[in-house]
Every structure is written in structure tokens, then in C-alpha cells.
Design a protein around this ligand. Sequence first.
Ligand SMILES: NC(=O)c1ccc[n+]([C@@H]2O[C@H](COP(=O)([O-])OP(=O)(O)OC[C@H]3O[C@@H](n4cnc5c(N)ncnc54)[C@H](O)[C@@H]3O)[C@@H](O)[C@H]2O)c1
Length: 249
Amino acid sequence: MTGLLDGHIALITGGGSGIGRGIALAFAEHGATIIAADINLAGAAETVAMIGGNAARAEALDVTDRAACNALAAKVKAEVGNLSILVNNAGIVRRATLDTENALNDWDDTIGINVNGVFNSTYAFLDQLKVTKGRIISIGSIQSFVHLRNCVAYTTSKHAVKGFTVALANELAPHGIRVNAIGPGVIRTPVSEKLIQSPERLAQLLTHIPMGRYGTPEDIAGPAVFLASDLARYVTGHTLVSDGGYLTV
Ligand SMILES: NC(=O)c1ccc[n+]([C@@H]2O[C@H](COP(=O)([O-])OP(=O)(O)OC[C@H]3O[C@@H](n4cnc5c(N)ncnc54)[C@H](O)[C@@H]3O)[C@@H](O)[C@H]2O)c1
């Protein structure tokens, strides 16, 4: 443990799997108290068990439910303390074209979770983050910058995360709150498993990744620790890409 995040209270939405779990484990290792909040409570509980000790708790949360976000914020304040790090990580990907049967649902769900969910969690914890002069980190994507085929809603949602980050960083700087995002490339999690399991699709992807490998949640956790810590004390409004060079091709 380095103590980089000693004394911090961090909530990670979607902390029950993949990148959110990786960030929760890394934050705990660096000294933060963790709240893993996920619509899948069992997943969040598993993350907490992996952390061990008393410095973590699991909470059920659907980020599309504004009232639930507000209720969780009140609970955290009363039972743990004022939040100092919020990670807006919960997100979904639906890969399909707009002429498919589920296009309307895919659009509503993707924007509902990836955009409105980011807003709901941030809004719910804003008062606490003002008290702690906290940090907000949202998980965007390389699709905050470019698009991959067949996911118009997802690309739109991740461009929105980047815009939200810039606008909110500007608005909250006078309150001492830093707002940043991370743009992961192809990271091995349940979301990307199908892509990675297909030899043709993996080979095709790797031609676009100069470092020659897909990423892991740890490849995102490092940048998250940096952005959450005082090492990044003058960094705000930035989307830090961690993609093995994907965007250089
Ligand atoms: N894996 C990748 O290649 C990749 C690349 C770029 C960006 N991302 C982004 O990283 C983030 C995490 O993705 P991941 O790959 O770890 O996926 P994942 O499926 O492993 O984890 C997502 C977590 O979010 C939770 N979740 C889903 N809907 C929710 C809701 N309404 N409320 C609360 N929690 C909810 C899920 O239960 C799950 O635990 C997402 O925002 C995703 O868009 C992933």
C-alpha cells in the first residue's frame, strides 16, 4: 500500500465486475475506503470479499434510478462519511445497427445508463464532493473520440461522457473538485469477451493495437489511481486514453 488514497471514501458504480472491480481493488490497495455499487449486488459483494477487511461495502444501485442515487448518497453520508471520489463506471454496450428490431430499446437503455446514469450519480453526490473538494472520474471509451461500427448509441453516449467531463470540470473548478474521464481501449471484461474469443475478430482488433495486446482492468486502474490522487492535482477536464495505442493508428 502506498497511501496515495489514504483517508478517501470512494464509490464506484458498476463496481461488481470488470473495470469497476479493477478500480475498486486498486483504490483499496492505495488506502481508500470503498463502496462498490452495482445493479448486480452479488457482483459488488464479490468485489468487497476480494478486498477483505472492513474498508469496503457493497450496495445495490441502479444508476438510472435518480431517487435511488439520492437515497444511496444520503446513506453513505450518514454511515460512512462524505464521499471524496466518485467513479462513474457503470455502462453497457449493445452492438447492432439502427435497422434492427431492438434499436429503440438499445438507444434508450444505452443513453439511460451511460449518460443519464453518469449524471444521476454525480448530481446525487455533488454536495458531499463540494465538502471534500473531491474528484469525479467517469469511464468513457476510445469511442469518446472515434466510432466503432454498429453501435451508434454507444458512440454517442461515450462522446457525451467526454463533453460532460469538460463542462463539469469548468463549472466545479472553483469548488476545488477535479473532473476527469478515462478512455479505455479494448479491455478484457465480460463486455468484450465475445469479441476476444473470436480468433478472426481478435486478429483484426490487434492490427489496430500497436502494443499488440488487449488491455486488462489493471490497465485502467492505474490511470484511475493517478487521476484520483494528488499526483493529478492540476489535471481537470481531461479524458486520459489507455488503449495500447489504438487511437494512433
Ligand atoms: N471492456 C471494454 O473493452 C471497455 C472499453 C471502453 C469502455 N468501457 C467502459 O467501461 C465501463 C465498465 O465496463 P466493463 O467492461 O467493466 O463491463 P462489465 O459488464 O464487466 O461491468 C459493468 C458493470 O456495470 C453494472 N451495471 C450495468 N448496468 C447498471 C446500472 N443500471 N446501474 C448500476 N450498475 C450497472 C453491471 O452489473 C456490471 O457489474 C463501461 O462504462 C464501459 O462502457 C469498457
